[in-house]
Write a protein that binds this ligand. Structure first.
Ligand code: AMP
Length: 465
């Protein structure tokens, strides 16, 4: 759960990176940073907090040059502390290099332990630093080869942007789990970003997605595409379309908004119920609620108002803040809800606490019935590839039936989109080729990248050999 951006060949690179990070703020709100290059030297600013708070005019002036990379972070590996803020930047035998990472390495602990045994000293607890150590250890000749060599030693999801004094290098893992798109600024230069909504803001044109398994090297000679990894069937993360990406972004060239609307339409076909209004949990449920209303013919209304001065509730790491957040973030509109049979649409149920509070709010505003509709299947497994879903034992649907979840959240009825319905919703916005390869591990337990065996198991095996 992070966002990355890279700019090359524009005189105001760090200003554009700053604006782009604003558009990616929803992907991480713990820390943000920018590293720039003026062709000779890397400079950086990175801190805990939101993009708008960290980057003053004065700080942006400290980041000169025509190339820059930026990052917004929500931790999935490593603590939420300033030493883990990205982009990370180091000097090593071959010069300077900075890295910004969206994704998660599944074997980070093992690779780190091996590197530490060989003498590496780590400055952070994030999995991303491992890649820098592997690059420094590599015996390959040029930077693209050293990066490829490093990445062949790790497993997991990564959409990466690297900055050296003279080049921007971007890499997407062979399964293409996290998104990464390429654009061109209307005046000059190249742009890469986790989501295309960043292009809109900085007036760049979308060209294409960085392909799964592609490395793109951008320098003063232009851009060249390399294929350093064995080709694999892509497995793009389905949850980006359901919740994580902004609805005004396109992933794999396809509209997130249209995908969500389709999910809502499909949900209406799978779980119809007589009602007076369809309302979304804003903003995550809005496009799906519109789809549900259009398909069912039941009027769409705004029964919940969202405060825009508080971020995503879930994204705040502690339980106490999360509970507080739901009340701070949403409030019911009595005039819309009183006396009505209400269908409320949200994108997912994780622990079940948010839905329970929302249903309580809708009832206390006088609704006669509350029917909860979820535009994704039950979340039964954690994500190991960069989305912060909690451990399986905290996922309510992993150990409870749909009716038990319904009772827990206090709804009159509950309907989830089926896994098949989810795939059907996406198949009409994705080409057949793109649709074939999706990762839906959190809904199916079908994980494309195997996890390393727990340390204890390996120890037992060692002893018995
Ligand atoms: P919960 O209270 O744990 O069931 O949280 C469910 C709410 O969190 C839903 O409204 C979702 O929109 C939102 N949500 C689901 N997954 C995530 C995630 N990985 N990060 C942030 N928010 C999420």
């Amino acid at each position: 759960m992070c966002g990355v951006i890279g700019i090359f060949g524009h005189p105001e690179a760090s200003n554009l990176a700053y604006l782009g990070l604003h558009a990616l703020q929803h992907r991480g709100q713990e820390s943000a940073g920018i590293v720039s290059s003026d062709g000779q030297q890397l400079r950086w600013v990175r801190e805990m907090g939101h993009v708008g708070e960290i980057f003053t005019e004065e700080r942006l002036r400290q980041l000169p040059g025509s190339a820059a990379i930026g990052h917004v972070r929500y931790s999935t590996t490593g603590d939420s502390v300033s030493k883990n803020a990205q982009p990370l930047a180091v000097n090593y035998a071959h010069g300077s290099i900075a890295i910004a990472h969206n994704g998660n390495l599944v074997d980070a602990a093992d690779v780190r332990a091996r590197l530490e045994n060989e003498g590496s000293i780590f400055q952070s607890t994030s999995d991303t630093e491992i890649i820098l150590h592997l690059i420094a250890h590599s015996r390959e000749g040029d930077l693209p080869s050293r990066i490829a060599d490093a990445l062949r030693s790790v497993h997991g999801a990564y959409s990466l942007v690297f900055l050296s004094e003279t080049s921007l290098i971007v890499v997407r893992d062979a399964l293409g789990i996290r998104p990464l798109s390429l654009g061109r600024h209307k005046k000059s230069g190249w742009v890469v970003a986790s989501e295309t909504c960043a292009f809109e803001l900085i007036e760049a044109e979308y060209i294409r997605d960085i392909e799964p398994g592609e490395m793109l090297v951008i320098d003063s000679d232009g851009a060249r595409s390399l294929r350093p990894f064995m080709p694999e069937e892509p497995r793009r993360c389905v949850f980006e379309w359901i919740y994580f990406a902004r609805p005004d972004s396109n992933i794999a060239g396809q509209s997130v908004y249209a995908a969500r609307e389709n999910m809502g339409r499909r949900l209406a076909l799978e779980h119809p119920v007589p009602a007076d209004i369809v309302i979304p949990v804003p903003d995550s449920g809005t496009a799906a609620a519109i789809g549900y209303a259009r398909e069912s013919g039941i009027p769409f209304d705004q029964g919940l108002i969202r405060s825009h001065y508080i971020g995503r509730t879930f994204i705040e790491p502690t339980e106490s803040i999360r509970h507080f957040g739901v009340k701070l973030k949403l409030s019911p509109v009595r005039d819309v809800l009183a006396g009505k049979r209400v269908i409320v649409v949200d994108d997912s149920i994780v622990r079940g606490t948010t839905s329970g509070k929302i249903i309580g709010m809708i009832r206390s505003a006088g609704a006669r019935e509350v029917h909860l509709r979820i535009s994704s299947p039950p979340t039964i497994g954690p994500c190991h590839y960069g989305i912060d879903t909690p451990d399986r034992n905290k996922l309510i649907a992993s150990s409870h039936t749909v009716d038990e979840v319904r009772r827990f959240v206090g709804a009159d009825s509950l309907g989830y989109l089926s896994l098949e319905g989810l795939h059907q919703s996406l198949s009409s916005v994705l080409t057949q080729h793109e649709h074939r390869g999706l990762c839906d591990g959190c809904f199916s337990n079908d994980y494309p990248i195997p996890l390393p065996a727990p340390a204890r198991t390996r120890q037992l095996r060692l002893i018995s050999v």
